[in-house]
Ligand binder design. Structure first.
Ligand code: M6R
Length: 607
């Protein structure tokens, strides 16, 4: 979603800001803009569309400046347009602000500002901030920020500069991330640490209700009460995101191909000899017999990973596990006891709904274990314990490698819990570890089928609708395959547990409806085989994914993709690769922007 950058120092200001905006663009955006102060004078430029449109505007201008701010916007209030793009300025155009999050009471604030004679030019919630900060400016920019903060409600991060206080950048965090980057005679602020890392690894993570005041040679920190606070910087140990596609046409494809290596890394990290070792989950290990329930919270692909985790945990550890999409769960009555453990699953660690559920659980004194990829994200910081997915930076908006990483860590966690609880026989455990060690090779075998999956995609890319069906542990695989297809190709697709077809969806089946049927060797194979025959009998075009050596489904399959013969618990891992490649190739053939699909953001940081 929206991205923020601020810079004060001697480097070329427009180049620092534009490179940062380009690096932020993977988050999803529809417009961008910058504001700078040069010779005590504020200037700003903003454009709807790709950052290239803004760059084209700026290139001939040879912009100089001592400090500046920039923003990539993902529209929430007001359509994507030049006017609604950030920065937003006050009436005299002497103060500019960029903002992530939502000012929830902006309508009330706007009406009261209009009554005071302020004119609004945009439809955004952010513009109230520009006018409020201007209205409250008396002595210094940070004092204006302190005076405005009690008036605004919502979750936000904002950064402001002004001609009236021209040698500083002031920023405030409440709910949305902000990180200060420190280097000699220069300072940065950004909403995403990756943007800072090719300038400096010396960073300070602002916490909620904190303000930073950046000048060229000094950075000070305040809390929302105006009290000066000291904050230690930390050295980031990882490198700047690898923003190259490494020879692939898209980040998504590169990330699909990284999966064998990522699974190998996860196994190397968490398998120690014949043991699974997770740091800092003592509160689970010591209380294992008292745990009443796991409550899994997640959205999108992470929710699908959560549905698979439910299957694993209930099957192996016999612990009741509930899974809900966080946008639904957060408005339910959370009937939880302290014997319940909340598990938040998130690639970004910043998804607003999942984070809200995590906080709700903490407010009820539940312990929280999160499965997160991005270190130092809000969920990483706020959870009692975290199991990292170690999938590296995922740039494609469609989650692929992190899904595989999530289900790998979730399977390891499930069998670890089962083992310490005593619900898993040692030989079963050892056999599972042996099979898991073969997983990277199996994934590679699937990737080797890319060319034939492309042939399948070529046959189907013009269809307007798809249905994905699966059962048991592969019903979530069907949901995930369907989500991948619709989010990057804009083809309507839906997923059903195959047994539900007769309760309504089978009415959709005819020769114009491709059905992707997930029929690997599992407990529900024979039921799936029946469901496949039922759709074939109604003239569906069928793409069948089944286990190698299976010949009996051939009469009912227009196209077959084989996966290696593996135990049931590994089938979701293997099925996801051809489904990812199928979606990728179809979207590509349709000319879609695979890495940055329309309307989508990489991290959904607003509700
Ligand atoms: O960062 P998170 O895992 O919390 O994100 C959750 C969803 O927004 C995300 O999985 C989304 O559904 C992806 N676009 C799926 O490819």
């Amino acid at each position: 979603m929206c991205g923020i950058i601020g810079y004060i120092g001697d480097k070329d200001i427009s180049s620092v800001l534009m490179v940062a905006l380009e690096r932020l663009s993977y988050r999803g955006y529809d417009s961008s803009g910058i504001a700078i102060i040069a010779d005590n004078e504020l200037s700003y430029w903003k454009k709807a569309g790709k950052t290239q449109v803004l760059n084209n505007l700026l290139t001939p201008l040879s912009i100089q400046g001592s400090l500046g701010i920039g923003h990539t916007r993902w529209a929430t209030h007001g359509i994507p347009s030049d006017i609604n793009a950030h920065p937003h300025v006050n009436i005299e155009k002497k103060l500019a602000v960029v903002h992530n999050g939502i000012i929830e009471n902006f309508i009330t604030l706007k009406n009261s500002l209009i009554d005071k004679g302020y004119l609004f030019t945009s439809n955004t919630d952010t513009e109230v901030l520009a006018h409020l900060l201007s209205h409250h400016y008396k002595t210094s920019l940070e004092q204006a920020v302190l005076d405005v903060i009690p008036l605004i409600q919502g979750a936000y991060a904002f950064v402001v500069i002004s001609e009236l206080d021209p040698s500083k950048i002031v920023c405030a965090r409440y709910g949305s991330p902000l990180i200060v980057g420190i280097s000699e005679n220069e300072a940065f602020v950004a909403s995403d640490v990756n943007v800072l890392l090719h300038h400096t690894k010396n960073v300070v993570y602002l916490e909620n209700k904190e303000i930073a005041v950046l000048s060229k040679d000094n950075i000070s920190y305040l809390n929302f009460s105006g009290k000066t606070i000291s904050k230690d910087s930390q050295k980031v140990s990882f490198n700047s995101l690898d923003s190259s596609k490494g020879g692939y046409d898209h980040f998504m494809l590169k990330e699909i191909y990284e999966q064998p290596l990522i699974v190998q890394n996860i196994l190397d990290k968490y398998l120690k000899g014949s043991d699974i070792v997770f740091k800092d989950i003592d509160f689970i290990e010591q209380q294992i017999t008292h745990i009443r329930r796991f409550i899994i919270q997640a959205c999108g692909t992470s929710w699908h990973a959560g549905l698979i985790a439910k299957y694993f945990i209930e099957k192996y550890a016999s612990i009741l596990t509930e899974v809900d999409t966080s946008s639904e769960f957060r408005y339910k009555n959370m009937l939880a006891s302290q014997q319940d453990i909340l598990m938040a699953i998130s690639q970004s660690g910043e998804t607003a709904d999942t984070l809200a559920c995590l906080r709700e659980a903490k407010s009820k004194f539940l312990k929280v274990l999160s499965f997160v990829n991005v270190k130092n994200s809000a969920m990483d910081i706020e959870s009692d314990s975290v199991i990292y997915s170690h999938s590296g930076q995922e740039i494609g908006v469609a989650s692929t490698k992190n899904y595989t990483a999530q289900i790998t860590t979730l399977l390891l966690f499930s069998i670890h819990v089962a083992r310490i609880k005593g619900t898993m026989d040692e030989t079963v455990f050892s056999d599972m570890i042996v099979s898991l060690r073969k997983l990277p090779n199996y994934l590679q075998l699937l990737l080797n089928q890319h060319a034939s999956i492309t042939d399948v995609a070529r046959k189907y890319f013009k269809y307007k609708n798809f249905i994905f069906i699966g059962r048991g542990v592969n019903y979530p695989s069907a949901l995930e395959g369907s989500l991948k297809l619709k989010e990057i190709s804009y083809i309507h697709s839906t997923a059903y547990p195959a047994g539900e077809l007769k309760h309504g969806p089978i009415a959709l089946i005819d020769e114009n409806m491709p059905v992707v049927a997930l029929c690997p060797d599992t407990d529900t194979y024979s039921k799936m085989a029946n469901n496949l025959q039922e759709v074939k009998a109604r003239s569906a075009k069928t793409i069948v994914i089944c286990t190698e050596g299976n010949r009996e489904l051939e009469p009912y399959a227009d196209d077959i993709i084989y996966i290696p013969k593996v135990p049931q618990y590994l089938t979701p891992f293997l099925i996801s690769v051809p489904l990812q490649l199928l979606a990728y190739e179809i979207a590509n053939m349709l000319g879609c922007d695979v890495d940055k699909p329309r309307n989508l953001a990489k991290s959904v940081t607003v509700e």
